[in-house]
Design a protein around this ligand. Structure first.
Ligand code: KG4
Ligand code: ZN
Length: 353
């Protein structure tokens, strides 16, 4: 094995076409992102209020090779220096995944390089390992919150992952997106709900009028690590139907809705940390970009436990990106976890192993 290892990461599981080069070294687990390019489709899907799979597929096909080319160029390395190609093979939209997987297979054959298959949730988790996180105390509890997943996991020292619980219906990101749609705020819902919620919180702090909206925290007291968000979404719908003036109270609704989501996520993560005797808690996935969630989880962990370390990814590695795919690839490369470059198939329901 050469001293320096360079992994090309490719991500196309939903609506972002992304490529990245991450550098590591055979003697340590430091991960350095040399480039992280995202060709975003958000502006295209905004018009439709959510991702249109057929449109996303077409955009991936058009953008994938230029995105990879830019990522290699920006990294300052040559394609001959790449040690392996790491690609998201699932879960996700099949018509989107297929672009990344087939491109990675073709490049792996043409350039005669090993191929690594990465699960999208696993990639989100490895976003926490970017830069220098070599000294994590295990066991670690990880809350993965994205548009498609809300999962609590436990990771041990050998980085083996155990699923503690997951959502029984909607994911937390999906709850944000559907809530935003109901309030007429557009797509993606997370950042816009969070913006209105922050605005409203400042009003409360300044002692301006506070409109109290009663929303449920489904399953918050069930003694398990599962979630359910579909009832919350329905409750929001009933509340705005009752209120003739709801369009003038959007910040109040956004604030109460976000609070219900965050209270549930924090409470379940505390429970998972307690039963797992966690020494570290990590956040991952697109919703982990949420500042209020980061702040609330950190504060509550500090209140409840004397020595749990809290880690979350840097903002560019929270929502879908390829640096996280390359980061997971770095660890798999060292463990020689390669996959046959003729046989890999995109799998929309790929399970975590
Ligand atoms: O991980 P991600 O980029 O894609 C999936 O794997 O699904 O997550 C996207 C989700 C969307 O539902 C989006 O609304 C949410 O992450 N999101 C946020 C924030 N930024 C993105 N949710 C809450 N607060 C944010 N700041
Ligand atoms: Zn994601």
């Amino acid at each position: 094995m050469k001293d320096n290892i360079y992994i090309l990461g490719i991500e196309s599981s939903c609506d972002e076409t992304a490529a990245s080069i991450v550098k590591t070294n055979k003697d340590n687990n430091k991960l350095e992102v040399l480039s992280n390019i995202i060709s975003s489709q958000i502006e295209i899907h905004k018009k439709h209020g959510g991702v249109v799979p057929e449109v996303a597929a077409r955009e991936h096909v058009l953008n994938i090779l230029p995105t990879i080319e830019t990522a290699i160029k920006k990294s300052g390395i040559k394609k001959e220096d790449i040690s392996a190609i790491s690609v998201t093979s699932g879960p996700g939209l099949i018509t989107s995944l297929i672009s990344g997987v087939e491109t990675a297979k073709s490049l792996s054959i043409a350039w005669d390089m090993p191929l690594i298959s990465v699960n999208h949730i696993e990639a989100h988790i490895y976003a926490n390992f970017i830069n220098d996180l070599t000294n994590i105390n295990y066991p670690a509890v990880i809350l993965t919150v994205s548009g498609g997943h809300t999962t609590l996991l436990k990771m041990n020292k050998s980085k083996k992952i155990l699923i503690l619980g997951e959502t029984r219906d909607d994911a937390a990101g999906e709850a944000y997106d559907k809530g935003a749609k109901m309030l007429g705020l557009g797509y993606p819902g997370g950042p816009i709900i969070s913006k209105y919620a922050n605005e409203y919180e400042k009003n409360i702090e300044n002692k301006k009028k506070h409109l109290s909206i009663n929303l449920p925290r489904p399953m918050i007291n069930s003694n398990n690590c599962d979630f359910s968000f579909s009832g919350l979404k329905t409750a929001l719908l009933y509340e705005i139907k009752k209120d003739k003036n709801w369009k003038n109270n959007i910040p109040a609704y956004a604030y109460s809705y976000q609070k219900a989501i965050i209270d549930t996520l924090v409470s379940k993560t505390i429970y998972a940390s307690k039963i797992s005797k966690a020494k570290t808690v990590m956040l991952s996935g697109g919703v982990s970009a949420n500042k209020e969630l980061r702040k609330e989880l950190k504060n509550k962990l500090e209140e409840r436990f004397s020595n749990i370390e809290f880690i979350c990814p840097e903002l560019p590695y929270t929502t879908d990106n390829a640096a996280m795919v390359a980061a997971a690839g770095c660890f798999k490369y060292k463990n020689k976890q390669f996959i046959n470059n003729k046989k890999l198939k995109a799998d929309p329901n790929l399970q975590l192993k």
